[in-house]
Design a binder for this molecule. Sequence first.
Ligand SMILES: [Zn+2]
Length: 266
Amino acid sequence: MKVHLERSDIFKVAAILGVLGLALLQENRRPLRKKLPPQESRKRIQTSAAFAVLAGATLRGFPWPHKSAAFAERCKLGLLNNAILPHKLRLILSFLLLDYQLYLSHRWSHEVPIIWRLHKTHHSDLELDTLTSLRFHSFDLMLSNLFQAFWVLVWGISPKHLSVFEVLSIHFAQLHHANVQLGKSIEESLQKVFITPHLHTIHHSILASERNSNYGIVFSLWDRLHGTFESKPVESVQVGLTKVKRPERARFLPALLLPFTSGFEE
Ligand SMILES: [Zn+2]
């Protein structure tokens, strides 16, 4: 099978690998949480690599939001395609709207039991670091893509603005999953605007009462508006799922089968 990669794909992969490398370096220098033993870490890297390939193939194979953006632009559909706005304002509005859509779809993936089953694959990681941002079930990504495609059509997001948001939101996800201690004052300042590693740690808590918070991807604004913002010390937060305690259950195939082998609750 021949895989055709465009220049923009190569740029995206290089940018993702660059941020991944930077996050891994910083994680070694100033970790926020204790890391897994080295042998388990090596197996986890293999699992993460398999998830990265799966996520890349899913997004490449089902580019519904991009198709939707191109169709909306061609047919002049959607609110922004029919509004007379300065280019920069349209870019800012598109970015905010797309980030809000990710907040909503992430929240639903926790609150709608059938979607939570799929999203559990992401939360089943025993350690939380930048590699966790690669770990998603294909069906979880496809559902989120489907919702985004509809949203892109309604708002008339341009293909270029969608691509800018896609790359930047991936980088934000890589950074807020990172096991990095930012320091109290930087952390507190950043939390006012962005989702930070500290806030996202609470979202990955084993306790549903803590986990059902901080759904944002880029901005913390949506959580503040909807009352789902939670900031508290994270030293005692245990990440993962109560039913996934053994490392073997968190590896690639068991994690992919998790939506079909476990209940709705955990
Ligand atoms: Zn989640």
